[in-house]
Design a protein around this ligand. Sequence first.
Ligand code: NDP
Length: 252
Amino acid sequence: MERYAGRVALVTGASSGIGAAIVQALLRRGITVVGLARRVDRIKALEIKGAPGKLYAVGGDVRQEEDILKAFKWINENVGGVDILINNAGVLGYSDLTVAPSEEWKKILEINVMGLSICTREAVQGMLKRGVDDGFIVHISSVAGILPPSSSSISMYAASKHAVQVLTEGLRKDLLEKKSGIRVTAICPGLVKTEIMDNSKEIDKDKVFSQLPYLEPEHIANAVVYVLSQPPIVNVPQLVIQPVGQRRISDV
Ligand code: NDP
């Protein structure tokens, strides 16, 4: 992990839940963190007094390509470019295939798949241009990306996370062809207590979190630290983390 002290990590979806925990874990390890999300004040509030890393909060909506490009421009001009990209921004959305409005599906796919892909392209192009061979791309995917949907209410969400899994492997192959040492990891969490279900009318979050075992965001941040801490020859393509005794949301 020392190799990344003073280097720059971009964390998308930094204002809450897993993203916020990752920001703080990286700040504690001396990394310069740029947090990107729409709620900038919440990112600023993550600053830790006395932590060796420096935090910058950048406002932006990952559904808007120009917001992403602006964020990368700011990073390139002010802190020197992204060495580590944590593609974390994501929404659950209203997924049912027979009833949900197209606008909901569009939102899920634009944030979870398109936003992630645009950030990846910009980060990798910058790393290659700057000759960064130990860069890192982490996708916060989900167990919903490796298993069939546990209920109809997460169909499109699960489809978006399956896409993330395929994109992770596609990126790894792309980097292999470019003979780059940039590493790629998909972290697949099970249920984590965050705000992700706060706006869901289809899922009763109080019932879910009272009846199912869940992880805390810090457990996922620890997983990010673990993959970043491995020596350059070690790549962890996929890391699945579930709470002990995990069942499916549809069982609640
Ligand atoms: P939260 O709802 O707590 O956080 C989501 C984050 O994404 C927020 O910081 C939010 O910031 C950001 N975000 C949402 N929409 C946009 C947007 N249009 N532009 C920029 N940022 C956006 O959820 P989690 O922490 O749980 O989710 C983080 C990731 O973890 C997601 O990819 C999710 O799919 C994944 N995950 C979560 C699991 C869970 O059980 N919680 C399980 C498996 C995976 P803001 O609103 O300020 O823009």
